[in-house]
Design a protein around this ligand. Structure first.
Ligand code: 3PG
Length: 411
């Protein structure tokens, strides 16, 4: 693990502690209620560990301009209910009201500041270097009334901003318990997975999926790679099966400027690691609004491919049941359409059934596992979406770099 400090290295009782969390959650567009509260539940261990500190929570919900860009009032309320204690919402980020509230706190109190992305610096300084972040207004003001910073926001550890990286550079800083837990579980997926290790990659983010596949294949850490969903379609195409004009155009368009790079990775996987690939052997297309099964030999098709077929699912089953470790990221199908949810649900069921250590890589797949009540049967259900993909692909995680710099500076 990286060389940063954790809550085991410090006693923060009675101290004023800024805690960056990621509780960005899917909300019901009509009522604003939480559709999934996993990220709030995920930070509970850190909240309990800091029970006798003065805890100041910093978080974002969505992005300015989006319909689910809200204040953090409901988050504060729900966190209070989950913790069974008062969490006071302050309708300010780093202005007079926030600073006065922080300075007036007693030990054991907790306040939740407003959406940090409501302050222009939080999004505006994303491309800035660490020095500029360390000197910006948000960091200077908040740090002036705090003793320490805890980063428990694994789900945005791949972002760079005043409250994710900037605060670590000016205050003694510690990784929170969720951050540690995520890094340990996902570290298993990258560094020492119990073998055999099966990695199922689906969804539409083919570039991210291939970054992960290549990282794991090049490390010699994976036994079977199972591409499904749009990733499966791309890998069939790269293996020489034309998908049909519309299906191929869909992949090109969804990758935008990343198509050439992704295609090159797909070809590399096919050429160098074909013995580890378990490709779909059959699919389901939508024809006149109906689900129709086809074999891969029937390709190309002018109809959209929305699911893998039964034969493919039967081939995936032993690769999951006999594995020591399974990583699954991204749906196998267009599951929002009931006729095509089958592949995704079957993979979820076999992941819940196997004795293997199963890691679910965040995003849609994690939400589905929670909604179907299967979390207890899963080894690790990540709270990170993009952060999880970034970590698994071994790309830069600015929040961790900043924590390391903090440890070097303040230890
Ligand atoms: C997420 O939900 O993945 C994180 O909160 C990061 O959100 P962002 O992609 O808007 O930065």
């Amino acid at each position: 693990m990286a060389s940063f400090l954790t809550l085991d290295d410090v006693r923060l009782s009675g101290k004023t502690v800024l805690v960056r969390v990621d509780v960005n959650s899917p909300l019901n567009p009509v009522t604003g209620e939480f559709l999934d509260d996993s990220r709030l539940r995920g930070i509970m261990p850190t909240m309990r560990r800091l029970a006798d500190a003065k805890v100041v929570l910093l978080a974002h919900q969505s992005r300015p301009g989006k319909s689910d860009f809200t204040s953090m009032e409901r988050h504060a309320e729900l966190l209070g209910v989950l913790l069974g204690r008062e969490v006071t919402f302050i309708d300010d980020v780093c202005g007079e009201r926030a600073l006065r509230a922080i300075q007036g706190m007693n030990s054991g109190e907790m306040i939740f500041l407003d959406n940090v992305r409501g302050h222009p610096e939080e999004m505006g300084l994303r491309k800035s270097g660490f020095d500029e972040l360390a000197g910006c207004e948000m960091v200077t003001k908040l740090a002036s009334v705090a003793d320490a910073f805890v980063c428990d926001a694994f789900a945005c550890a791949h972002r760079n901003s005043p409250t994710i990286t900037g605060l670590s550079l000016v205050l003694p800083s510690y990784a929170g318990l969720l951050m540690q837990h995520e890094l340990a579980a996902l570290g298993t997926a990258v560094e020492n997975p119990p073998r055999p290790y099966t990695v199922i990659l689906g969804g539409v983010k083919c570039d991210d999926s291939l970054d992960i596949a290549l990282n794991l294949l090049e490390r010699g850490q994976v036994d079977t790679v199972v591409p499904v969903g749009v990733v499966g379609n791309l890998m069939l195409w790269a293996s020489g099966h034309s998908l049909g004009e519309d299906n191929e155009a869909f992949i090109r368009n969804s990758l935008d400027g990343e198509f050439e790079r992704t295609w090159a990775m797909a070809i590399q996987v096919v050429e160098e690691y074909s013995e580890k690939l378990l490709l779909p052997i059959d699919l389901a297309i939508e024809e006149d609004g109906e689900r129709v099964a086809i074999s891969v030999g029937d390709l190309p098709t002018k109809h959209p491919i929305y699911d893998v077929g039964l034969g493919t699912l039967m081939a995936i089953r032993p690769a999951v049941m006999n594995a020591g470790c399974v990583l699954w990221n991204g749906p196998a199908s267009y599951f929002e359409k009931p006729a095509f949810a089958f592949g995704t649900i079957e993979i979820m069921n076999v992941c819940a059934e196997t004795e293997a250590f199963v890691i679910i890589g965040g995003g849609h797949t994690s939400t589905l596992v929670v909604q179907r009540g299967l979390s207890e049967k899963i080894g690790h259900n990540s709270t990170g979406g993009g952060a999880c993909l970034t970590f698994l692909a071994d790309k830069r995680m600015p929040a961790l770099e900043a924590l390391e710099q903090s440890a070097a500076k303040f230890s």
